[in-house]
Design a protein. Structure first.
Length: 70
């Protein structure tokens, strides 16, 4: 049976956010900027929202809130 291209609608898409790690590569920067070691996904480099919050907003726009996994 030949494979066909399937079009996906918003209700069928899922987003997976990878947010692991200890923040060791940027530890000097985070200590200098935030006063503590912190993984980069929990840092707010632009404005007040963290990198994780920016990514979460984009993922929700792509697949909807109920289909986001972290």
């Amino acid at each position: 049976m030949p494979m066909t291209r399937r079009s996906y609608h918003m209700g069928e898409r899922w987003s997976i956010i990878l947010a692991g790690g200890e923040g060791s590569r940027l530890s000097d920067l985070t200590v200098h900027r935030f006063g503590e070691r912190r993984p980069k996904q929990y840092c707010s480099f632009l404005g007040r929202r963290t990198m994780f919050e920016h990514t979460l907003e984009r993922a929700i726009g792509f697949s909807g809130r109920q289909r986001v996994v972290t």
